[in-house]
Design a protein around this ligand. Structure first.
Ligand SMILES: [Zn+2]
Length: 129
């Protein structure tokens, strides 16, 4: 990957990072204002807090991925799959700049990354029989 492209991805990732930080800040202030509005002694609505916690959890995860990608950019390993060491296709990086995996490893993770991937793999196995 040439320096110009690396710079382009750095700008893209920084922008994503700023957007995620803004999302986190907004989520925190909403939670704070809800808590402040509540009458003292009234129980909080558990569905509200758990839903926003799951939301900020996802944002945190996304932020971690972006941070890791920026660290790989600084280390010079950006664009290389962290699982198999092959180059990640540029059109994939254009779509998902923070990705650490090539398409192959993202589709067939050695360790299941997400429940969705696990489920899809289970179905694929089922239909192959
Ligand atoms: Zn790979």
């Amino acid at each position: 990957m040439d320096a110009q492209r690396r710079q382009g991805f750095a700008v893209l990732l920084q922008r994503q990072r700023e957007a995620l930080l803004r999302q986190l800040a907004a989520a925190t202030s909403v939670k704070g204002s809800l808590a402040a509005r509540r009458e003292p002694g009234t129980p909080s609505a558990p569905w509200d807090t758990s839903r926003s916690a799951a939301g900020t959890g996802r944002t945190h995860q996304a932020l971690e991925k972006v941070d890791a990608a920026l660290a790989r950019l600084a280390a010079g390993s950006y664009g290389t799959c962290t699982t198999c060491g092959r180059e990640i296709a540029l059109d994939r990086l254009d779509l998902v700049p923070a990705t650490a995996y090539c398409l192959r490893c993202a589709r067939h993770p050695p360790r299941a990354d997400t429940g969705v991937t696990r489920l899809t793999a289970a179905w694929a196995k089922f239909y192959r029989r």
